[in-house]
Design a protein. Structure first.
Length: 193
């Protein structure tokens, strides 16, 4: 790998194409490259989240997720190659169940807000959803395994749950949506008439 990364500015992409792991070249606007980019962006946002204070257990989980996202990016970069294992999806299911069980049941919608760590977890959640949409779009055009789509779906759910966990650090709580309709105030149209 060191030899492959010895020259970063190759200028081979100046014409708007990029090389995949199987040595083919595709447009930088292809569905595959969009999916790879969204997964890379998600991994970078998780890196920002890791700059925040959190329990070691959550930190370890997020570091493992970063490794799995790198596997997912590798799989996307080589058409027909499977690198992300079913066990990675199962690990997210287990983490999701464990962290969700410790939280109070939601009775209202919450805003993507709170402390900085929780807010960054929400950013990760939304980028995971975008990456999932990109993988689904790619799967509509080219054969792709189920694990990438499933992993991103579970990861977005987990990031929602972790945002709630992180908001509870140091005695915090979720930030609830104040809906006029849900609070009996009627719709905006009713209030204006």
């Amino acid at each position: 790998m060191g030899n492959r990364l010895s020259q970063i500015a190759t200028r081979t992409g100046d014409a708007g194409t990029t090389g995949l792991g199987d040595n083919t070249r595709v447009s930088k606007n292809s569905l595959r490259v969009h999916a790879m980019g969204d997964v890379d962006e998600l991994n970078s946002h998780i890196g920002v989240l890791l700059c925040e204070d959190m329990a070691d257990e959550i930190r370890d989980l997020l570091v493992e997720i970063q490794h799995q996202l790198f596997n997912l990016g590798g799989e996307l970069s080589i058409p027909g190659f499977n690198l992300l294992k079913d066990e990675a999806v199962l690990a997210l299911d287990e983490a999701l169940a464990m962290h969700n069980e410790a939280l109070p049941r939601l009775k209202e919608f919450i805003l993507p807000a709170g402390n900085r760590a929780a807010s960054q977890a929400h950013v990760c959640r939304t980028v995971a959803r975008r990456a999932e949409r990109a993988v689904v779009a790619l799967g509509g055009e080219e054969p792709i395994g189920e694990a990438p789509r499933q992993y991103l779906n579970r990861l977005s759910d987990l990031m929602f749950v972790l945002s709630r966990v992180l908001n509870r650090m140091n005695g915090g709580d979720d930030v609830y949506w104040k809906s006029e309709r849900m609070n009996g105030g009627g719709t905006g149209e009713d209030a204006a008439s």
